[in-house]
Structure formats: structure tokens, C-alpha cells
Design a protein around this ligand. Structure first.
Ligand code: SF4
Length: 590
């Protein structure tokens, strides 16, 4: 029995591999099932090298082709999937090119993906010759474009290959989405909730078709109950071996891990995450330590990102003593953390915590049922900063019932705490299927208008929230130095040493945070992935060799850095600070 698992498709820049798929690959391997990975994004970016795709771009980029020439655009596209590389080139020579890059991504998403991706995905599936193919869906209702692409692929798989088709992933968890998935894609089976045990059972049962004996299964005429995996420690290790781990857009290898599933709080009105997993369960601290050691040894990862739905103080306290030193980055539920715990976490390597702060207005927090208080939020952020941890705050604007004045309280909160919040991510409220507010909208004065749209009885309407955030973004960035989405001409990240580099988005920002957290304020920039920092040694790669190509001029500091980074010289943290950035050039053309 041969299985192909197709990753969730998207046109975003990929920073880390998909943990859900890695879990399934690991479980299949342990159970002797031949499971292959079909990736979406990294491979699909290769389409930029394809002449027929280039023609499509050319149509959309007539202006650029006219102004800068076809060769320019071809080379630009060719290298744009190595965005870090492009950034280093273009920020130094032509800042406008960053805008081109984002247009390329947008154009790719809107024009190229739908025409090119279905063939590409189908080809990969056909060539793997599987008996069963499984597709992973993200939020089913948020990505109609991707759904359209998948419909084309699935229809073709059914018509030309005649193999069994499975659909799973977080998009398949709610009853409504399962009904719509069945209607739109007509798979043989949907696997909802946790699939590690269900998938191998399903494959074993394909002959007999006795699917009703398996939990978490939906077929045309049957919708089985969700059953949580009781003992998380019994699961196989996630398997990332089919990924090219150096193809992700971060300067170092960052791998995701979940040390718990579900949420012990499970009350926030806007949240559907806790519904993904039935009940809250934790890995034992010993198992978390084992996983960390496995990641470090097998994948030489430099940073582990805890993807837990809710990383609580209690859980952190129970695992921190067991962890070996590594760099850790985690989401965290801002309740119960104190300086002592945060200090211990920092000692073990926690460098970035992303807190679900959501609001600076107590009435809004209470209405959200967030379970936090402004006083405790402020104390935790302060203690975390004092412990040496970089704080990122998730903020939500426009929760139903929130007035303009209350939203401004959150703005004031960010201003007041700007010295301890390195970065905030401001997002508008989204009406998510499976959340308490979706299930019971009247309680929050919400009318669900369908397709993610809604109206409220009190407070800001959806369009007002969007306008509010537009105006807010620039102002907040100006007054606090934080903000999620830098805009054209205002992308410079202020640091003590870096005045050159643009930070186009969250992916780079995370990379930046990582390097800054690890090496301190002095490291204003960071090596891109093609020059990988391993411990205290910078390993040169293809890019370093290209530095010596004629026609590329390095300034004095860059020359020194280049010489230092010859692959034999070890750069200690102190010495690294003398060289605030390591520049790796690859110049596709002169
Ligand atoms: S937002 Fe976080 S803490 Fe709140 S219910 Fe969702 S997962 Fe739990």
C-alpha cells in the first residue's frame, strides 16, 4: 500500500515544514507504510523557471519588462524564490525591487497558481504511483482559490488514476466543513481531528471498507465521532526527512514541535483552535526532552518552535527543567508566568515568546472570555523582558462589541508598554467556524452574514475595523517602533547598527528576532540561509563562492567579514558583534 500526502497549498513564504504532515509521515514509517510527501510551495516556486509560466508573468509585468528589460525580469523571477538572497541584493541596489517582489508573489497567487499548480501537483502525484492520496486542508472557508485548485487536481486524480482520495487537516474538523468538503471534493473519506492513528487504520481497512470501526472518519453516508489520542507519548516522532530543510526562508533551521495538544482554558469566544483537538493533553516532560534531543541530533536544528495551542505557565514549569539547551521560540498564554519561571526558561534557551495578549481593554478581554487581566499582562511582559526574552504580542482589534474608544485603549496599552513589547501583530477579529461566537452569535450581538462577513449590534462594524487598522498601522509603527506589516518606503527596522536592511514581513522578522535574541543588539542583521550559521561557525555555501565573482564590489567591512567566514574561522558571539552583519551575495546578473 503506497500513500502520497499532499501538503496544504499556499503562496506564502515558507519558514518551517508542516508539523501535521511530519507527524503522519513519522507514524506511517513506524507502521511500515510507504508514505511519500508532495510539497506545494517550495516546488511550485520553481515554476518561475519555466518558460511557459514566464510568459504569464510577462503579461502582468509589461511595465517592468519595458523599463528594465526582459533579462532583468527573468533573472529577478528566477531568484525571487530565494527571497533572502534577493533582499540582500536589491535592498542595496534598488529598494523598489522589494515592491516588485511582493507584486510577483501576489501575481503568482492570483494568476499563475490557478493555471499552473493543478498540473504540477497532479504530475507529482501520478509519478509517485500511489494507491491512496491524502490532501491536507487548512481553514476550508478562508482559501477559496486553493480549494478551486484542489478541485481540479482531485477531479483529475479520480478520472485518470482511479485511486482512493482522502482529505484531512484542520480544515476538516467541523461538521459544517466536512459536509461542504464532501459536497465539493467528493473524497472517498475525510479524516477529521487527529489522524496519526486513524490514517494507518484506514489504509488497513481499505480492502474491507469497514470504516465505521475507525474513529475520526467521515464518508458519504457516515460521520464518525472524534476520538482524541489519549497517550501522546505513544506517537512516533515527527519525520522531516523528506523535506529539504535548507529550503525554508529562515537563516537557521527552525523546526516545529507540539509538547501538548488542545487548550486547558478553551473558553476564548473568538477561538476555534481548541476545537481542533478533543480535550487537553500533554507529552510527559521526559518525552519532550527526548523529542528535543532527537530534533537536535537528527536534523541539526538550531531552534525549536513550540506550536502548542496553549503553552501555559504550568506546562512550561513542568518541562523546563527537563529541556536540554537549545534555542526555543513559543506561543504562550499570558497567565501565571512569573519572573522566576521566565528566567529559568531563558536559561534553557527560550528567546522569543509570542503572547496572546489580544486587547488592552479589560471589558473587551472579559467579553472575549480571555481569562486575563491588564495588570497581570503588564507584569508578565515586564518580567519576560527582564528575563531576557523578546516579547511579541498578538493583538486583536474589533472584537464584536468593541467601540472605537475601547480599541484606542489597546493602542494606549501598546504605547505604554512599548519598552517591553518588541513587536506586536495587530489583526482584525475574524468570525471563525467552530468558535463559541460562531456557534452562539446572538450572545455577542453578532449576525453571521456568511462567507466570513458579519454585522454587530454594538461597537465597530467589520469595515470600520479594517479602516481603523489601516490608520493605526502607520501611527503605531511611528509611535512604538513596532507593527506587523511594514509598508513601502517605511520598511526600515531601527536597530543600533542596521540602517541598511528592509524587513518585508513576518518571516524575516522572525529571523531577525532570532539572531538579535541570540547574538544581542549588536547583530543588526543575519546570515541568509545559504550561509548557514552552525553553532558559532558560519558555513559558507554557493553564495560565498559567488562573492568572488568579478564585478561585485564589497565594502571594507564586508570584505573582512567574507574573509572571516571562509568556513574554517570560528566566530564567537563577541567577535560576531564586531561584524554586525554577514552579507552573502549572489548576484544573478550585473
Ligand atoms: S485563544 Fe488560546 S487560550 Fe484562548 S481558547 Fe484559544 S487556544 Fe485557548
Amino acid at each position: 500500500m503506497k500513500l502520497v500526502l499532499v501538503e496544504r497549498q499556499d503562496a506564502r513564504i515558507r519558514c518551517i515544514p508542516d508539523l501535521g504532515i511530519a507527524h503522519l509521515l513519522g507514524q506511517c514509517k513506524q507502521e511500515g507504510i510507504d508514505a511519500r510527501l508532495v510539497q506545494g510551495s517550495p516546488e511550485t516556486l520553481e515554476c518561475l523557471l519555466d518558460d511557459s509560466v514566464f510568459w504569464l508573468f510577462e503579461q502582468g509585468y509589461k511595465d517592468i519588462v519595458r523599463d528594465r528589460g526582459e533579462a532583468f525580469l527573468k533573472e529577478f523571477l528566477k531568484f525571487s524564490h530565494h527571497m533572502a538572497t534577493s533582499r540582500n541584493i536589491w535592498d542595496k541596489t534598488n529598494p523598489e525591487a522589494m515592491d516588485d517582489l511582493w507584486h510577483v508573489v501576489t501575481y503568482m497567487r492570483e494568476m499563475v497558481w490557478p493555471t499552473w499548480l493543478p498540473d504540477q501537483l497532479f504530475g507529482q502525484i501520478r509519478d509517485a504511483k500511489p494507491d491512496v492520496v491524502g490532501f491536507s486542508l487548512w481553514n476550508f472557508y478562508d482559501h477559496p482559490g486553493i480549494n478551486n485548485i484542489l478541485v481540479k487536481v482531485i477531479q483529475r486524480v479520480r478520472r485518470e488514476l482511479g485511486i482512493k482520495i482522502l482529505i484531512g487537516g484542520p480544515g476538516a474538523n467541523s461538521i459544517t466543513s466536512r459536509r461542504d468538503i464532501m459536497r465539493i471534493f467528493s473524497p472517498d473519506c475525510i479524516i477529521h481531528h487527529e489522524a496519526e492513528q486513524t490514517l494507518p487504520d484506514f489504509l488497513r481497512m481499505t480492502e474491507s471498507g469497514r470504516y465505521k470501526e475507525i474513529p475520526n472518519i467521515t464518508t458519504k453516508n457516515y460521520d464518525g465521532p472524534a476520538k482524541p489520542i489519549e497517550n501522546l507519548d505513544s506517537l512516533a516522532f515527527p519525520d522531516f526527512s523528506q523535506y529539504d530543510l535548507d529550503s525554508f526562508f529562515l537563516p537557521v533551521r527552525v523546526l516545529p514541535m507540539m509538547s501538548s495538544r488542545g487548550c486547558p482554558w478553551a473558553q476564548c469566544a473568538f477561538c476555534s483552535h481548541h476545537a481542533t483537538y478533543s480535550g487537553y493533553r500533554e507529552h510527559s516532560p521526559e518525552r519532550v526532552a527526548e523529542l528535543v534531543n532527537h530534533y537536535k541530533k537528527k536534523y541539526r536544528t538550531e531552534m525549536i518552535m513550540f506550536n502548542d495551542e496553549t503553552f501555559t505557565a504550568q506546562h512550561a514549569g513542568s518541562i523546563v527543567e527537563h529541556l536540554t539547551e537549545a534555542y526555543y521560540y513559543s506561543y504562550a498564554y499570558p497567565r501565571g508566568f512569573d519572573y522566576g519561571l521566565l528566567k529559568k526558561m531563558h536559561e534553557k534557551g527560550f528567546r522569543v515568546l509570542v503572547w496572546g495578549v489580544e486587547s488592552g481593554c479589560q471589558r473587551t478581554l472579559d467579553s472575549m472570555r480571555k481569562g486575563t487581566t491588564i495588570a497581570e499582562l503588564e507584569k508578565i511582559l515586564k518580567d519576560s523582558k527582564r528575563a531576557g526574552i523578546t516579547n511579541v504580542a498578538f493583538m486583536m482589534f474589533g472584537f464584536p462589541g468593541e467601540t472605537y474608544e475601547e480599541a484606542m485603549e489597546t493602542v494606549e496599552f501598546l504605547r505604554k508598554n512599548a519598552s517591553v513589547i518588541e513587536r506586536h501583530a495587530a489583526t482584525p477579529f475574524r468570525l471563525e467556524e467552530g468558535s463559541p461566537i460562531w456557534d452562539n452569535p446572538g450572545r455577542w450581538g453578532v449576525k453571521n452574514l456568511g462567507a466570513g462577513n458579519y454585522s454587530v449590534k454594538r461597537g465597530m462594524q467589520r469595515n470600520e475595523v479594517v479602516d481603523f487598522l489601516r490608520g493605526l498601522d502607520a501611527e503605531l509603527r511611528a509611535s512604538t517602533g513596532t507593527g506587523q506589516t511594514p509598508k513601502t518606503g517605511d520598511r526600515r527596522l531601527k536597530t543600533s547598527s542596521d540602517t541598511k536592511y528592509y524587513m518585508p514581513g513576518d518571516a524575516e522578522f522572525r529571523a531577525y528576532l532570532f539572531m538579535q535574541a541570540v547574538y544581542g543588539e549588536g547583530s543588526g542583521s543575519y546570515p541568509v540561509r545559504n550561509g548557514i550559521l552552525r553553532g558559532n561557525k558560519v558555513l559558507p555555501s554557493l553564495l560565498m563562492r559567488n562573492v568572488s565573482r568579478p564585478g561585485i564590489e564589497l565594502n571594507k567591512r564586508e570584505k573582512e567579514t567574507y574573509q572571516k567566514c571562509d568556513g574554517t574561522h570560528k566566530i564567537g558571539a563577541d567577535e560576531f558583534k564586531k561584524y554586525p552583519y554577514v552579507v552573502f551575495y549572489e548576484r544573478p546578473f550585473n
